[in-house]
Design a protein around this ligand. Structure first.
Ligand code: ADE
Ligand code: ZN
Length: 340
């Protein structure tokens, strides 16, 4: 058994929320093979080891090509249920008490699956997780930004029967060349429908895209946001508004957004007063669930215990729980910090 150092042990027991998690990115190679076999599909890989060896990415697009191919094994509601429950079991082991998970309906509907297969399967998995593990969750529907806005409108329309169980919309996939402005109208519609709005911004895209996500999409929370640090006015704006950033250190390392975790912008973000949270993004592809993101970053940049606690507190504050629910979860963080 490996001995945890004091920081890792503190992180392990700290109650936290995860706010940036693509459920399709939690599909571990072992489960990919299991689903391929039960759905009588052929995979392009011979073994789990060969799949893992292929997870060597130079940029976001390199990863997305493999990630969309991996999602093809998801065929039935049972597959979506089982994938989600497997994620929640790992998250619960990391003391994640609440998760707001993304799914990419177009990845599934574009290959002929009805919207209901993904949505009902995931919602069932979320329900199983709450019953089995006590982990609460919310579901966010992401539009694929490499597709056009009409396709996003079609997806929003298809989601209508589920909108009482979907908390918001997001924007993901290939960022550069697909600015937030492309989705201004569909985000306005989603807002009118009472949905929360989040968007990936400044992962690979320039600070101008971050400004657009704020000004045109009226986001409630920002996914990544790394490149905001290149723009002084933007840093001040994010600090003043206390916009929650869902930062993903191991993703940034694997997708070459940073060269080394030692160069990660989180310490500077915290120093400038930004409302940072730590998350795993696509843990099956990036080599770690949420606690690994905290631990490896803490090790690389020397986070203090107070900084770690602050980011866990931020994760509940930045969630879409009610104010009363947030207060109860934050009280658990404070009790843990005081007792540990
Ligand atoms: N889809 C899944 N993971 C993503 C990421 N990190 N950036 C953009 N789209 C994604
Ligand atoms: Zn992401």
């Amino acid at each position: 058994m490996t001995q945890l150092n004091a920081t890792d042990a503190y992180i392990a027991g700290l109650p936290k929320a995860e706010l940036h998690l693509h459920i399709e990115g939690s599909l571990e190679p072992e489960q990919m093979f299991e689903f391929a076999q039960r759905n009588k599909m052929i995979t392009p890989f011979d073994s789990v080891e060969a799949v893992r060896a292929a997870y060597d990415f130079s940029n976001l697009q390199d990863f997305l090509d493999i990630y969309y191919a991996g999602a093809n094994v998801l065929q039935t509601e049972q597959d979506f249920h089982d994938m989600a429950l497997a994620y929640f079991r790992r998250a619960a082991a990391d003391n994640v008490r609440h998760a707001e998970i993304f799914f990419d309906p177009q990845t599934h509907t574009d290959r002929g699956l009805p919207f209901s297969v993904a949505a009902d399967g995931l919602l069932a998995g979320m329900k199983s997780a709450e019953a089995e593990l006590g982990v609460t969750s919310k579901l966010i529907l992401c539009f694929l930004r490499h597709l056009d806005e009409d396709a996003a409108f079609d997806t929003l329309k298809a989601s209508e029967p589920w909108l009482d169980r979907i908390v918001g919309v997001g924007l993901d996939s290939s960022e550069v060349g697909h600015p937030p402005s492309k989705f201004e109208r569909v985000f306005a519609r989603a807002g009118d429908m009472g949905l929360k709005r989040v968007a990936h911004a400044g992962e690979e895209g320039p600070p101008a895209y971050v400004h657009e996500a704020l000004d045109l999409l009226h986001i409630d929370r920002m996914d990544h946001g790394n490149r905001s640090m290149e723009d002084e006015a933007l840093i001040e704006r994010l600090a003043d508004s206390q916009m929650t950033l869902t930062v993903c250190p191991l993703s940034n390392l694997k997708l070459c957004v940073v060269r080394d975790l030692k160069d990660h912008p989180v310490p500077e973000m915290l120093r400038r007063g930004l409302h940072v949270t730590l998350n795993s993004d696509d843990p099956a592809y990036f080599g770690g669930y949420v606690n690994q993101n905290y631990s490896q970053l803490a090790q690389a940049v020397g986070l203090t215990r107070d900084q770690v606690t602050q980011m866990a507190r931020n994760s509940f504050e930045g969630s879409f729980l009610t104010e009363a629910e947030k207060a109860a979860r934050i009280a658990e963080v404070e009790a843990y910090a005081a007792a540990t």
